[in-house]
Design a binder for this molecule. Structure first.
Ligand SMILES: [Zn+2]
Length: 270
């Protein structure tokens, strides 16, 4: 941990490869210098997986890659999906550290289409998530999910079907009933800088056990409130931790230590 930093932290969900190529190394160097012990770099598709693997090799031990196909972009063609799954299996066969993600269900694409009166067939997305959940269970890898509101229960069904034990719902928001179900399963959630200003997320943090809670930025996604107009960087996780501490009525140091331990344990970061 860097000198002068109050506590160590991990950004548990960031799209490093969505930053400009010449920004990525500086972004990571600044994160590590600011007390970041690691980041979890999630993928959009196979090209993104390759870049995340390259970054993970360059920053071994401090960059946990997650490999998958993001649910809010068009589905992969059958050939691309076959290649992606085979590629992930090779990484597993070689004993490389990685998680499965970002995978899930297209809540925003679906509800936008529905609001515009356009038809949207969710079934192939559910089927793809079914295959990713099966893969995570088979390889015994953590899975990173984008599944919010009513879609979260559909994702829970698939995780239960395959007996997935290590699940991380990133930037989670959803109904109380689903939150209770996820807690009962021991599944994790992470919150972004919007915990500072979103009452919905503050309610989630109050309800969710600290030992299942992680911090993330989903960078480069821009945040609002006090973060408006600022480029998103991993160091913003420190603001997330301070907000969680306040909501839990705990000190920032003990909250940071707990969240760091949870994230390391979940992702197998030493
Ligand atoms: Zn994401």
């Amino acid at each position: 941990m860097a000198k002068g930093t109050a506590f160590g932290w991990i950004d548990a969900h960031i799209h490093v490869d969505k930053y400009e190529p010449d920004e990525r190394e500086r972004l990571l160097a600044e994160a590590y210098a600011a007390g970041g012990e690691a980041v979890v770099g999630v993928s959009m598709n196979l090209d993104s997986c390759r870049e995340n693997r390259r970054l993970a090799q360059r920053h071994a031990g401090r960059y946990m890659p997650a490999y998958g196909h993001h649910p809010e972009i068009p589905l992969p063609q059958p050939d691309e999906e076959r290649e992606l799954f085979a590629w992930i299996r090779r990484r597993h066969a070689d004993g490389e550290p990685f998680a499965i993600g970002e995978v899930g269900l297209p809540y925003y694409a679906r509800t936008e289409a529905e609001a515009a009166g356009r038809p949207f067939d969710e079934d192939p997305y559910v089927e793809l998530l079914d295959r990713f959940a099966a893969l995570a269970a088979e390889l015994n890898r953590p899975i990173v999910l984008h599944a919010v509101y009513e879609d979260a229960a559909k994702a829970c069904d698939l995780l239960e079907k395959h007996g997935v034990r290590r699940a991380h719902f990133h930037w989670f928001k959803g109904p109380e009933e689903t939150i209770r179900r996820m807690i009962a399963r021991g599944w994790h959630v992470s919150v972004t800088p919007d915990v500072v200003y979103e009452p919905e997320i503050q309610t989630l943090v109050r309800a969710y056990p600290l030992d299942l809670l992680m911090a993330e930025t989903d960078g480069p996604w821009p945040h609002e409130g006090p973060f408006a107009g600022r480029p998103t960087t991993p160091a913003m996780v420190q603001e997330v931790i301070r907000a969680v501490a306040e909501l839990k009525g705990l000190g920032a140091d003990e909250t940071a230590a707990a969240m760091l331990a949870v994230t390391k344990r979940f992702y197998g970061i030493m």
